[in-house]
Ligand binder design. Structure first.
Ligand code: SAM
Length: 283
């Protein structure tokens, strides 16, 4: 296939049956495959009987390799970019190469397939209409907690990748910062033998992973529901204002119910707040 094109090809995230027919065809017929780890990808390619020449392309040689790869593309060669697993550029190298190919007027063609991010979101049971992909959190606790603090009031679902040796610490930091009541999903070893999808509040998930040592192994995606609107200061103030007015005419339960419908703040929070507001009168 000599036809100056950069293909960005997704490969499986575990289960080899997720390799698409189109990925096999493209990888078999391009002139070169730029792979993050040629030994790792060699196994995948051998499995599918693909013998295309590989070129190492990883975060440490990315900048130098771009010049080489763009030269080959300019010579009319085709190149397929793959990563160790899933979709290249999703917490994986490739962005600069894709950018350089566009700038050199070389067609860039996606060959879509698996990505842990989308696989996890699709089974998370957490709202999926708007989401925020964070990739990996900083490895050190202080920086991680700062990153999480910034997301405390984020109303969209947030998705994180995490390594097994940090899964417990990261979940604990999420619990501390987002609160134990926040709903989340742990998606572990997706498409593989020990696939686990566990939903619960952060408090439940931390307790669960604490009890199950075997659940701390493998690859993880954490999906966290966004903040309820009440968690932003403005929304709390607005809910308080509505609640005050309604409490003048209605009992606690009805006032909380209506305020919840008007402001989107969870009813149980409003109920507790309403009780506190009413306390001096009702005691
Ligand atoms: N490009 C990949 C993608 O499209 O998902 C992600 C690459 S990133 C370097 C690797 C991380 O993705 C892992 O540490 C883990 O957080 C997540 N991941 C990859 N495969 C996974 C799987 N089978 N189950 C759960 N998480 C996975």
């Amino acid at each position: 296939m000599s036809n100056a094109t950069l293909y960005v090809v997704a490969t499986p995230i575990g289960n080899l049956e997720d390799m698409t027919a189109r990925a096999i065809r493209v990888l078999s017929t391009t002139d070169y495959i730029a792979a993050e780890d040629t030994r790792h990808s060699g196994k995948l390619l051998r499995h599918f009987g693909i013998h295309t020449e590989m070129i190492a392309f990883h975060e440490h040689n990315e900048r130098n390799q771009i010049t080489r790869l763009i030269e080959r593309l300019r010579d009319g060669k085709s190149i397929a970019l793959i990563s160790d697993a899933g979709t290249p550029l999703i917490s994986d190298p490739g962005y600069l190469l894709v950018r350089a190919a566009h700038e050199a007027n070389i067609p860039v063609v996606p060959i879509p397939g698996a990505s842990a991010l989308i696989a996890a979101l699709s089974v998370s049971g957490v709202p999926s209409d708007h989401f925020n992909f964070e990739g990996f959190l900083p490895p050190r606790s202080v920086a991680r907690r700062v990153a999480l603090e910034r997301l405390r009031g984020e109303s969209r679902t947030s998705i994180f990748y995490e390594a097994p040796h940090r899964i417990v610490e990261s979940l604990q930091d999420m619990l501390d910062i987002f609160g134990g009541e926040r709903e989340a999903t742990i998606a572990r070893e997706l498409t593989k033998q020990f696939e686990t999808v566990r939903i619960g509040t952060l408090a439940e998930l931390v307790a669960w992973i604490d009890r199950h040592e075997e659940q701390r192994l493998g690859e993880f995606v954490i999906v966290v529901r966004g903040a309820a609107r009440a968690e932003t200061v403005e929304d709390s103030a607005e809910a308080d204002r509505v609640l005050h007015i309604l409490l003048e005419a209605l009992p606690v339960s009805q006032a909380s119910e209506l305020t919840a419908r008007i402001t989107g703040v969870p009813k149980n929070k409003l109920y507790r707040r309403a009780l506190a507001l009413k306390t001096p009168i009702e005691r």
